[in-house]
Design a protein around this ligand. Structure first.
Ligand SMILES: Nc1nc2c(ncn2[C@@H]2O[C@H](COP(=O)(O)OP(=O)(O)OP(=O)(O)O)[C@@H](O)[C@H]2O)c(=O)[nH]1
Ligand SMILES: [Mg+2]
Length: 364
């Protein structure tokens, strides 16, 4: 599962990527600096890990991770191949969620491909290219399905109706994610097509440091424009935070952050939000060797959670011992949780909750 950073050229995507991962992607003040997508594996900041570490005192602590991809800037006409557009759109198709970066800062020294700062226009430019690409997908599918529908094939007729609805929406400038489908139609016809505009999206407003806490007029415009999309809007002083992240000393970083009014990096918030956008959650294992956060899909069962550690754990799953995170912290140790009768034994149908501290029993 990975989230892709998408936006116009020169809006700060690679700077954001650098800020998130410690990998240093090439970032420069000219459009099309990024061509090959950079992939970074980013630790998910989780204060619960520090709590567990303090209680268990393990030899090591391993956080959950999320994959972030830095994609080249799209321009108007990308869907028609403009500016290497088709290649970049293919990179976007391979991701599971979209972090859409919008330039919300003034600075005459940083070139804007369309001449002036206007995040709403920029968002529409990107949305339109993504929608045009999906329109191509729909048209290809329609071509195939039409013939079968004519011969009376009921499934083909259903699919045709769904595709026509999507086509009309895309032509009107509406993304697939905004449409309503029955669960059956969605699973049978929409999901398998992997439409780009069906991927969950979050907007990242790149502001200058003075606006890191309060936002600015551009951010207000973005919030107003997307208020019906049910999407998160994050404000981040990308350039400043990237500079701060380069400092090795933790105390120093905290000092600079508090100078711009933040008690934790905006990038930490963004990583957690991306993790959620990807429908991911965490369970913990806590032993003296290792305290570790594991990543599972929201809704995963206990055997599926075990399978993340090792496929044998899933195949030979017998049961899981589960302690809710809050109980673990409240009682202070596994032994005390057991004494208090708060450790649960769960079977193969148990749906894991975010923060569960788990121990699996299995045979191989
Ligand atoms: N003032 C200011 N400059 C920024 C900020 N974020 C990025 N920049 C600068 O803008 C320029 C472009 O940033 P990049 O991160 O390379 O942009 P990009 O979106 O990856 O661009 P492409 O790869 O060309 O699509 C660089 O010179 C950055 O230093 C910011 O928050 N404030
Ligand atoms: Mg770049």
């Amino acid at each position: 599962m990975k989230a892709g950073i998408v936006g116009l050229p020169n809006v700060g995507k690679s700077t954001l990527f650098n800020c998130l991962s410690n990998a240093k992607a090439q970032s420069a003040n000219f459009p099309f600096c990024t061509i090959e997508p950079n992939i970074g594996v980013v630790n998910v900041p989780d204060p619960r890990l520090q709590k567990l570490e303090a209680l268990v005192k393990p030899e090591r602590v391993l956080p959950a991770t999320v994959e972030i991809v830095d994609i080249a800037g799209l321009v108007k006409g990308a869907s028609k191949g403009e500016g290497l557009g088709n290649q970049f759109l293919a990179n976007i198709r391979e991701t599971d969620a979209i972090l859409h970066v919008l330039r919300c800062f003034d600075n005459d020294n940083i070139v804007h491909v369309d001449g002036n700062i206007n995040p709403i226009r920029d968002k529409e430019t990107i949305d339109m290219e993504l929608q045009l690409k999906d329109l191509e997908t729909v048209d290809k599918k329609l071509d195939k399905v039409k013939r079968a529908a004519k011969t009376g094939n009921k499934d083909a007729q259903k699919e045709e109706a769904v595709l026509l609805k999507i086509k009309a929406a895309l032509e009107a400038g509406t993304s697939v994610r905004a449409l309503d489908f029955s669960e059956e139609d969605y699973l049978d016809f929409v999901k398998p097509s992997q439409f780009i505009t069906d991927k969950p999206v979050m907007y990242v407003c790149n502001v200058d440091e003075g606006a890191a806490v309060t936002g600015n007029k551009y951010v207000d415009q973005v919030k107003e424009a997307v208020k019906n999309e049910n999407a998160e809007v994050l404000v981040l002083a990308v350039g400043t935070e990237a500079d701060i992240n380069e400092l090795d000393d933790y105390e120093e970083r905290q000092m600079f952050l508090s100078d711009i009014g933040l008690d934790e990096p905006g990038s930490s918030k963004l990583i957690r939000a991306a993790y959620k956008l990807l429908n991911q959650q965490t369970y913990f294992t806590a032993g003296v060797k290792e305290v570790r956060a594991w990543t599972i899909d929201i809704g995963a069962t206990a055997p599926q959670a075990a399978g993340v550690i090792h496929t044998d754990f899933e195949k030979g799953f017998i049961r899981a011992e589960v302690i809710a995170y809050d109980d673990y912290v409240h009682y202070g140790s596994e032994a005390k949780v057991k004494e208090a009768g708060k450790m649960r034994v769960e079977g193969k149908n148990y749906i894991v909750k975010d923060g569960d501290v788990m121990h699996f029993l299995f045979n191989v």
